[in-house]
Design a protein around this ligand. Structure first.
Ligand code: HEM
Length: 472
């Protein structure tokens, strides 16, 4: 209650002090000179509170509504900051290609500091961020899925959201951080990681310490995870035990200046990797299933593909066989396009630039704006893809559609340009492993309604299952 009152007080003060500032001549002068620039249209909303409420409650709708009203470039005012959205390939080229000195992540990604600690990632200077960590694609194994699903009964009903998020946390942890971390992952830890991820809301980019329940849960989760990771690191150190995994690599690695990682840094980087690898991938696993179970014709095509692979390779699944699952690949790609792409990817504008819309309108984006693209919106533009709201994995078979989708900045589920997602290949391998196992071993039916618009992942997605042996 105290937090709500303080926040409300801050909003009221900010709202009423803005006109006062305009009365000041120098600010008015600045305002007038800015008017001669062709600035993007500003979204009309209740002063301050309107946009912030929508941004927290329903960001996808906020972006969609204003795209329809203002076009591909518009500015949303959020608690006194200008957030300029750039939607579509024409206006997002600079967003993806500009150097970090012009469009930087650093200032906005400070929201990761309360998640991973002040001594790693965006808590330290960017000069220190020189090491890249290879994502071990070939370490994905089917035994994780087999172990996990062996605990299911012969038939029953599960919440797909809960089951797949949990499984993906376990497999990501083993693939990236080795077996003993995974051994310590109880049901509890999986939900701690969910709480950490749940602390990233669009509003967190601007105000990472805003005292809202999601941030409070994030902070509690980080404290507990810190404790668990520290115990594992200390026990490896005291037993002089060494493993071949990323955790060991982090424990033994040094920075350019010769400094080693502290326990706190190893823990922070480990949590960052878990977070990057788990959250989006877990959602993608759930949406792949929801769309497949909703669209029976595609489910049948995937089933046929699995039968054909069983016929040729027996029940074995390895890295190469996963590479042959083309139908499943397209189904996953399409589910990630419309089901679970990131809502907003932001940068901080350090150097004024211009963009030109496809209609030929030029806008100036001034230094100091937050600029953002929205994969959730940009992936559904009807001048880029035919019938963009339809789940249609076969669209990638048509040469024309595939060409459009592979044009720069048209399919941006995994970003692009200077900061593309390094986990894309890993994601496909992991999702193919999980879904090929499920399809081969279970009959599945969606029993709750299709979760359209369930962006926050809070509602259950109920699926009824029955064990089977797929006959060829
Ligand atoms: C469905 C799964 C995933 C989706 C949709 C996804 C999406 C994205 C997007 C859109 C970006 C670019 C953000 C920006 O431009 O600001 C990104 C960056 C990143 N992703 Fe992913 N990702 C996924 C899985 C993964 C996995 C499995 C990992 C690691 C194991 C990972 C690690 C990263 C990292 C480290 C970056 C930052 C790259 C940089 O800043 O240079 N992601 N991801």
């Amino acid at each position: 209650m105290v937090y709500i009152l303080l926040t409300a007080l801050f909003l009221i003060l900010a709202t009423f002090s803005f006109p006062k500032l305009l009365e000041n001549n120098s600010i008015l002068g600045l305002y007038n000179s800015k008017r001669s620039l062709n600035l993007p249209p500003v979204v009309k909303a209740w002063p301050l509170v309107g946009a912030i409420y929508m941004l927290v409650k329903d960001p996808v709708n906020l972006i969609k509504k204003n795209y329809q009203k203002y076009g591909s470039v518009f500015t949303i005012k959020v608690l006194g900051r200008n957030v300029t959205m750039l939607i579509g390939p024409e206006v997002s080229r600079h967003f993806y290609t500009a150097p970090d000195s012009e469009l930087s992540q650093e200032e906005l990604f400070k929201f990761t500091v309360p998640m991973f600690g002040p001594s790693v990632a965006y808590g330290v200077s960017t000069e220190k961020l020189t090491t890249t960590i290879p994502v071990p694609n070939e370490r994905v194994e089917t035994t994780d899925a087999a172990d996990y699903f062996s605990k299911w009964q012969d038939c029953g009903t599960i919440d797909l959201m809960h089951e797949l998020q949990h499984l993906i946390t376990l497999t990501t942890t083993r693939c990236l951080l080795g077996n003993d971390v995974r051994g310590n992952l109880s049901e509890d830890v999986s939900s701690l990681i969910r709480d950490l991820a749940g602390g990233v809301l669009p509003i967190s980019f601007l105000f990472p310490y805003l005292p809202i329940p999601a941030h409070n849960r994030r902070d509690r989760a980080r404290g507990k995870l810190n404790h668990i990771f520290s115990n594992i690191i200390n026990s490896r150190k005291s037993s002089l035990q060494s493993e071949e995994d990323l955790l060991q690599t982090l424990m033994e690695s040094t920075y350019i200046d010769g400094e080693s990682n502290t326990n706190e840094q190893v823990t922070g980087i480990s949590m960052a990797i878990l977070f990057a690898g788990q959250h989006n991938t877990g959602n993608a696993a759930v949406w792949t299933g929801a769309y497949l179970l909703q669209n029976k014709s595609y489910f049948s095509k995937v089933l046929e593909e699995q039968k054909e692979l069983l016929h040729r390779h027996g029940s074995k699944i390895d890295f190469d066989i996963l590479g042959e699952m083309d139908v499943l690949y397209r189904c996953i790609k399409e589910a990630i396009r419309i089901g679970s792409p990131p809502i907003i990817t932001p940068r901080y504008c350090q150097k004024t630039f211009t963009v030109t819309t496809k209609e030929g309108k030029e806008y100036t984006i001034p230094k100091g704006h937050v600029v953002a693209t929205s994969p959730a919106m940009a992936n559904r533009l009807d001048y880029v893809l035919k019938d963009p709201d339809r789940y249609d994995p076969d669209r990638y078979l048509s040469v024309e559609e595939e060409e459009i989708a592979s044009r720069p900045y048209s399919y941006i589920s995994f970003g692009g340009g200077r900061h593309p997602c390094p986990g894309e290949a890993f994601t496909y391998i992991k999702l193919k492993t999980v879904w090929s196992y499920l399809i081969r071993n279970f009959e599945l039916d969606l029993v709750s309604s299709f979760p359209e618009g369930n962006w926050n992942g809070k509602e259950k997605i109920l699926v009824c299952y029955k064990r089977r042996h797929l006959s060829i």
